[in-house]
Design a protein around this ligand. Structure first.
Ligand code: GLU
Length: 282
C-alpha cells in the first residue's frame, strides 16, 4: 500500500509554527517514502471556520514549498458519510442521545473521587447521566458512544506507533477506555459529527496509511482506533510528534498569532528559516 499521510488543519485561525512543523514533517515523510501527502480542511465547526483562514492555509503551505496530491477534502462536504456511520453505530446499539449541558456534566461530576481522572481527551469524562434513559435523538441532544459496550463489542488489540515518545505497539484495555475517556460525543446539535468520528472516516475515505500528528492527540488516538474497529475500517500507523512550545513551555495555540507563519513572512523570513525554527533540516 502506498504510504499516504495528510495535514488536516481547521480554518479557524492562522497557521503557526506548530502547524508548520506538523505539515513539513508529514510532507517530508511522505516524500521520503515515495508516498502521497494530502491536504484536508477540517471545517466541521461552521461557527468558527472562515474562508479567509482557508485561503491563508493554502497560501502559507505553498509558500513553505509544500505540494499535495489529489483533491483537497473538506469535511463540510461530507455530512452524509458521517450520518451513515453514525446510523451504523446506532443500529449496533452502541450510541445514545444525551441531553446534558456542560453545566449538568460539571455539576454531576462535582465531587470527584481521589485518584479517579476527571478529564480525558474529550474533555470532562461523562458521568453517564443519560446512558440508560433511552432518550429520543433531537436537535438539542448530543449523540454519545457507550464506551463500555463498544469496548466489549470490538476491542482492537492495539495500534502501531512510530513517534519518539511511544514507539512500539500500543495496547488498548477496555478498563482504560472507560475510566480515562468515557462516553465520548460522536455528534452534536450543530455538527454532523464530532472531531473523533469525522477524522476516522476522513482518514479511511482518503486511504491514509500513516497519521502524523502532535502528541497532544495521543490519547484521542485510542478513541479513533476503537471507532475504526467498530466501523470495519483499517487502522493506520500513528506517529505522534513532539510539540512546538513557547518560552514558558506551553504548546502553541491558534491565538498565538505572534508565531503565525504569516507574521514571519511579513518580517522577511524564508521557508528555510521556518524549517530551522522548528528543528527540521532544510
Ligand atoms: N484538525 C485536526 C487538528 O488540527 C487534525 C489533527 C488530527 O486529527 O491529526 O488538530
Amino acid at each position: 500500500m502506498t504510504f499516504t499521510t495528510r495535514f488536516a488543519p481547521s480554518p479557524t485561525g492562522p497557521l503557526h509554527l506548530g502547524h508548520a512543523y506538523s505539515a513539513l514533517l508529514a510532507h517530508d515523510m511522505a516524500r521520503a517514502a515515495g508516498g502521497r501527502f494530502l491536504l484536508r480542511i477540517d471545517d466541521l465547526d461552521r461557527s468558527r471556520a472562515r474562508d479567509h483562514w482557508e485561503a491563508q492555509i493554502h497560501d502559507d503551505l505553498s509558500w513553505l514549498g509544500l505540494t499535495w496530491d489529489g483533491a483537497v477534502r473538506r469535511e463540510s462536504d461530507c455530512s452524509e458519510e458521517y450520518r451513515n456511520a453514525l446510523e451504523k453505530l446506532r443500529n449496533a446499539g452502541l450510541t445514545y442521545a444525551c441531553a446534558c449541558t456542560r453545566r449538568d456534566i460539571a455539576d454531576a461530576a462535582a465531587a470527584p473521587q481521589e485518584g479517579v481522572p476527571v478529564f480525558g481527551p474529550d474533555g470532562r469524562i461523562y458521568p453517564g447521566t443519560c446512558r440508560d434513559l433511552h432518550l429520543p435523538a433531537g436537535p438539542d441532544r448530543a449523540i454519545r458512544l457507550n464506551m463500555a459496550r463498544a469496548a466489549a463489542r470490538a476491542l482492537p488489540a492495539g495500534f502501531r506507533e512510530t513517534g519518539p515518545a511511544h514507539a512500539g505497539v500500543q495496547a488498548l484495555a477496555a478498563q482504560d477506555l472507560t475510566a480515562t475517556i468515557g462516553d465520548v460525543v460522536l455528534a452534536r446539535r450543530d455538527m454532523a459529527a464530532s472531531y473523533h468520528l469525522a477524522v476516522v472516516l476522513d482518514d479511511a475515505a482518503t486511504g491514509v496509511t500513516h497519521v502524523i500528528r502532535g502528541e497532544d492527540l495521543f490519547d484521542a488516538t485510542r478513541i479513533h482506533v476503537l471507532l475504526q474497529r467498530l466501523l470495519d475500517l483499517p487502522t493506520p500507523v500513528y506517529h505522534h510528534h513532539g510539540l512546538i512550545r513557547d518560552e514558558d513551555g506551553k504548546r502553541l495555540a491558534k491565538r498565538d498569532d505572534a508565531r503565525a507563519i504569516a507574521k514571519y513572512r511579513v518580517e522577511g523570513a524564508t521557508p528555510a528559516d521556518i524549517r530551522g525554527m522548528v528543528g527540521l533540516a532544510g
